[in-house]
Design a protein around this ligand. Structure first.
Ligand code: ZN
Length: 277
């Protein structure tokens, strides 16, 4: 049994503020330890549950956040940027039996600690076939095309609730309870590690590959907080404006759908204005 862990940081233990997840800040340095603790607990839990291999894919920002030197020596970690499937890179080779979303968070425009979808504030909403979409929901559709079930999700309580929609069977661990975008009632890393390890051990039972799901076509709509960002996004082939601050595109598969989404967010992030006013 081989497990893939997609590790994002906004939903990690103790994280509640942009500086906590911004590489180079003192707070990020501190929070990397708690993020690593969450991921390591999942790694250990999956091995407890009978996994033969666990691959960790870094999925946050520069994708250079986890402390490799603190991970269980049985695991391997894929670190760094530019990967065909981004947050779920590694799922496409036919050898993954289950995936865990560790440190996930609510989607753009939703309530939830540091809720966003790819970009911090510039995207105010994403819809997949008219359903409000988080990164978890988008990635769940990508991995389904490879027949891989989502078996474990960790994050704040809102992220866990969100996961009920895209991975009802998966085990969920809320490492903190949402109070506002920048506030949460947090539990200590020792406590969340114990919870995550126990859940991962149980989740290993759910790691059974199924037939690839062909659920396309997928129409993805993206709403921005400024008109010119919608305009900028339309340089990506297939992306059309459908409202003053909204664009949409249709892809036959989520493999193409997530790649186009990545192209849109990359173009748009280069068009964001400096703050003034
Ligand atoms: Zn992130």
């Amino acid at each position: 049994m081989k497990i893939l862990i997609s590790a994002d940081m906004e939903g990690a233990t103790g994280v509640t503020w942009p500086a906590d997840v911004l590489p180079g800040t003192p707070q990020w340095e501190r929070c990397r330890g708690m993020f690593t603790s969450d991921v390591n607990a999942a790694v250990q839990g999956f091995f407890d549950g009978g996994a033969d291999e666990v691959l960790v894919n870094e999925a946050h920002w520069t994708m250079r956040n986890l402390l490799l030197e603190q991970l269980d020596e049985r695991t391997e970690m894929l670190t760094g940027r530019h990967k065909a499937l981004s947050m779920v890179e590694g799922v496409q080779h036919g050898d993954i039996d289950g995936i865990a979303f560790i440190g996930y968070h609510a989607g753009a425009g939703m309530e939830g600690v540091l809720a966003h979808t790819y970009l911090a504030n510039q995207i105010t909403g994403v819809w997949l076939n008219d359903v409000r979409a988080s990164e978890g929901l988008l990635n769940a559709h990508v991995v389904a095309e490879y027949g891989v079930p989502v078996v474990l999700v960790t994050g704040d309580d809102v992220a866990c609730e969100d996961a009920l929609g895209y991975a009802p069977e998966a085990l969920k661990v809320a490492v903190k309870d949402h109070v506002s975008r920048y506030a949460a009632v947090c539990r200590t890393p020792a406590r969340t590690a114990a919870d995550i390890r126990a859940a991962a051990k149980e989740a290993a039972r759910l790691a059974v590959r199924h037939a690839p799901v062909e659920a396309g076509p997928f129409t993805v709509a993206v709403e921005f907080d400024a008109e010119h960002l919608a305009m900028a996004a339309t340089v990506v082939p297939g992306v059309a404006r459908v409202g003053e601050r909204k664009v949409a595109y249709t892809s036959a598969t989520m493999y193409e759908g997530i790649r186009t989404f990545k192209a849109v967010t990359t173009i748009v992030s280069s068009a964001v204005e400096e703050q003034y006013g």
